[in-house]
Design a protein around this ligand. Structure first.
Ligand SMILES: *Cc1c(COP(=O)(O)O)cnc(C)c1O
Length: 402
């Protein structure tokens, strides 16, 4: 997006504010579907947890996407956005049997990732087809919090438990219509990913009634200059070929599914915040903004490097700044960043603010959460109002001590 458009949004809707570029989401969606154009049945299920605004969900629906959900509330959001239950897959981890049953009753595809729930569910609902989340134990790099494929990960059913899994299926007579994996958040080495896929194919061959194989996500997007990203085109070429061969061996045309979150929305997002104070200490120049990790937690939580620009003075002389928030604990967005000269009142722009940014925001320090704006067809559309003090106290029940 152009700086003048971003500035106009900050002016019209105030700061801090999240801005999402619909065109970028569209082009990422296209890029992924183009990469897999040789696969007859492709299904992209956008991972709602990355950015769950209803207008964003509706936009993805318009593009042809389905949804990947991890809670019943995400399922409800999807239904509210107009997705039919068949377009939604539910991949929870550690949720109650009651919630899984409730979602199944809505007609949403269930994906089960542990043997205990599988056995209970199969005994009670043998006719409801279920997808199984497999853990192939392949490390896909990245941050340890987002690598979920390793041996002692809480996610998925271990490939070492396939015999036990098959026994449960035989005993309950349940139907398995899908096999799934989601190994982590960084597919950088395509050969490693294809190796995990081989394990999934091998597992899939034990099941006779499959309709789809879901390869999860893990597409890496660049955050800063020089970052490597998943080569989606190469992955598409290699995995499509292998998938089509598998379908021939299997004897049926299966659907190839992915469930990207970050890939579709990360780069579409911009977070705009105003500089309240420039503070020079003996060693550092701090730029303190009208926001904090209550609005954008990724730098403090995952050590994520969001590129920061001063869009009020993009051509100014560059200096080193440490950009900090207003939360009363260490709240650093970026240390010693080279940013064009900052004056109080300038608008800073954080890149890659589409995925896991607003959706992880909170009211910590009793601050309201920012507005969200969708930039669509050359115009700004407010898609979530900035909260007010009323929202902070909404559910509080005041005890009368008189
Ligand atoms: C979070 C999640 C995704 C999306 O991951 P990204 O890294 O954002 O693409 C996909 N599938 C499952 C099961 C997830 O939990």
């Amino acid at each position: 997006m152009q700086n003048n458009h971003l500035l106009s949004v900050a002016e019209a809707f105030g700061s801090p504010v999240y801005v999402y570029d619909a065109e970028k989401m569209q082009s990422q969606y296209q890029r992924l579907t183009n990469a897999f154009s040789k696969v007859e049945k492709l299904r992209i299920n956008y991972a709602v947890k990355a950015l769950s605004n209803l207008s964003v969900l509706k936009l993805l629906k318009k593009m042809g996407s389905g949804l990947d959900t991890v809670s019943i509330q995400e399922v409800q959001l999807g239904l509210l956005a107009g997705f039919t239950p068949e377009r939604i897959i539910y991949t929870p981890n550690g949720v109650s049997m009651e919630e899984i049953e409730e979602v199944a009753q809505l007609g949403v595809q269930i994906n089960i990732d542990n043997l205990s729930i599988l056995e209970q569910f199969g005994a009670k609902h043998p006719t409801t087809p279920v997808c199984i989340r497999i853990n192939p134990h392949v490390m896909a790099g990245g941050n340890s919090n987002i690598s979920v494929g390793h041996i002692d990960s809480k996610f998925g059913i271990s490939i070492h438990q396939v015999p036990h899994l098959l026994r449960i299926i035989e005993n309950t007579q349940m139907h398995i219509n899908g096999i799934h994996m989601h190994t982590g958040s960084d597919i950088l080495d395509i050969e490693v990913f294809l190796y995990a896929a081989e394990i999934l194919f091998e597992t899939a061959s034990h099941f006779k009634e499959l309709e789809f194989i879901d390869f999860g996500s893990g597409f890496k997007v660049p955050y800063k200059k020089g970052d490597i990203e998943t080569n989606v085109e190469e992955l598409g070429k290699k995995l499509s070929r292998r998938f089509n061969t598998f379908c021939k061996e299997y004897g049926r045309e299966l659907t190839l599914a992915f469930e990207p979150g970050k890939f579709l929305v990360s780069e579409a997002g911009y977070f705009l915040a105003k500089v309240n104070v420039v503070k020079q200490t003996t060693s550092t120049v701090f730029a303190g903004i009208d926001s904090g990790f209550n609005h954008l937690i990724r730098p403090m939580f995952y050590g994520s490097q969001h590129h920061i620009e001063n869009i009020s003075n993009p051509k100014g002389k560059e200096r080193f700044y440490t950009v900090v928030g207003y939360i009363c604990e260490t709240d650093t967005f970026g240390s010693n960043r080279r940013i064009s000269e900052i004056k109080e009142g300038d608008i800073l722009c954080f890149r890659n603010a589409g995925a896991y940014c607003f959706s992880m925001s909170s009211n910590y320090n009793s601050r309201v959460r920012p507005a969200e704006v969708l930039w669509y067809n050359g115009k700004a559309h407010l898609i979530r109002e900035r909260e007010t003090f009323e929202d902070i106290i909404r559910n509080q029940v005041i005890v009368d001590f008189e």
